[in-house]
Design a protein around this ligand. Sequence first.
Ligand code: NDP
Length: 238
Amino acid sequence: MKKLVVITGSSSGIGEATAKRLSAAGHPLLLVARRVEKLQALNLPNCLCEKVDLTVHAELHAALSKAEALYGPTDLLINNAGMMLLGQVETQDISEFKTMFDINVIALLNGMQAVLAPMKERNTGTIINISSIAGRKTFGGHAAYCGTKFAVHAITENVREEVACSDVRVITIAPGAVETELLSHTTSDEIKAGYEEWKESMGNVLAPDDVARSIEFAYSQPQDVCIREIVIASTRQQ
Ligand code: NDP
């Protein structure tokens, strides 16, 4: 059997598409999210679905232990779960800043911490962190979200350098706009409408499977080849 892949936030969007793709490639999976019923509804073989709130850090550790007892050590962790709550810094509720930093940054660090030591010990393993083009350039109304994604870029590259000598790969994937549930959590109707208009002006955005394909591509390279970063967007996105 192929090696264990762990995907956070696989109940919708990019995580769900990646789960389907890597399952089709024969990998056993640990899928985690709060909406466990959506994970179970995917009905994938060799797949442990666990209800995990990633901001409660021990819940991920418990799920990993269960999955590794079934399928062996984690070979790939995809830190995909995230929230985008767009807003203007001067008016946005401070709880929204905390929600984004807790899931996009702290939970991602917790995931890395959970798997890094055993990967280093085994001299193999891959971590893929899903950042964003909003982690490379800024956009109006995105200040706090961009802050989290710039952090993801920095953390990923820093850890990549630290563990390179153990043959552990740490990879950033930075998508442009993708058609998912991500925008639905933004509370400002005005900002949501502006974002929808921007997407329509491009004609099309990526589908979740476009990003899943790039994840599979990066992972499927030989272990001594590390694609450090993939930036992927619809051709019309500027
Ligand atoms: P979705 O909203 O479809 O998916 C987000 C996932 O994160 C869901 O499965 C959700 O699961 C999970 N999640 C959120 N909070 C928690 C939590 N506290 N605990 C566990 N799981 C959580 O959006 P996308 O697929 O678009 O987003 C995936 C990643 O891609 C994010 O990091 C996002 O920032 C990034 N991205 C997306 C882009 C886009 O345009 N869509 C562009 C660039 C990057 P549940 O609610 O069930 O817990």
